[in-house]
Design a protein around this ligand. Structure first.
Ligand SMILES: C[S@@+](CC[C@H](N)C(=O)[O-])C[C@H]1O[C@@H](n2cnc3c(N)ncnc32)[C@H](O)[C@@H]1O
Length: 196
């Protein structure tokens, strides 16, 4: 490789490193708790929600039974939500840069999602929630509908959150181990940057 190219590559690497170093390191806490199908009732998670989410101007596309959000949706007609659409279509129907926060608590794996839809006879062929692309598209919509400085609280088995590439900065991570061979529930709190 020509010398000039090597220098250029090194300079780019150093710039990326400096940028990474400037990012705030998220605070991490770890609190054991019994698992519960309804995530928001798990005590350390209920406490986090009380601190981080006042509900007003908040959206929850996978609301389940116990969501504190003002605008709620869940595919299951028996869930405690005001709308019962597929989450991606629900998010796409909302205006841009409008909401204070989003709670993002979908099925935690493709297998969980499949189990969730089995036997419900729901026509999901247009949105394909059992593909990875579907969940990425949902996150892109979350980034679109939040105001700058809006918060996204994500739940799952990874600490991926909505992500730096969608203009978010991670402030804190809560790990909730449940014991035995059960996966931890991982909660990330992110804020949408002013100028992503
Ligand atoms: C992990 S649970 C959420 C529980 C909720 N956060 C609570 O604590 O009560 C996931 C929810 O997403 C709903 N769901 C799954 N796939 C969906 C989809 N494609 N669109 C909308 N809701 C969906 C399920 O019916 C289920 O209630």
């Amino acid at each position: 490789m020509p010398r000039a190219r090597i220098h250029q590559t090194n300079a780019a690497r150093q710039a990326a490193y400096r940028k990474r170093k400037k990012r705030p390191v998220p605070k991490i806490a770890r609190v054991w708790s019994m698992p519960n199908r309804w995530t928001f009732t798990i005590p350390p998670i209920a406490r986090l929600l009380k601190q981080e989410c006042n509900g007003t101007g908040w959206v929850d596309p996978f609301a389940g039974m116990k969501s504190p959000a003002q605008f709620t949706n869940d595919l299951n007609p028996a869930a405690n939500a005001t709308s019962h659409m597929d989450a991606l279509l629900f998010l796409k129907s909302l205006p841009s840069a409008t909401y204070n926060g989003v709670l993002f608590d979908p099925p935690y794996s493709i297998t969980q999602a499949r189990t969730c839809y089995q036997g419900r006879g729901m026509n999901l062929l247009n949105t394909k929630p059992t593909s990875m692309k579907y969940w990425g598209d949902c996150k892109t919509e979350v980034a679109r509908i939040l105001k700058p400085q809006g918060k996204a609280i994500c739940f799952g088995w990874t600490s991926q959150g909505i992500g730096i590439n969608r203009g978010f900065e991670m402030h804190s991570i809560l790990l909730v181990p449940h014991g035995g061979s059960k996966n931890d529930t991982i909660v990330t709190v992110e804020v949408k940057k002013e100028n992503p």
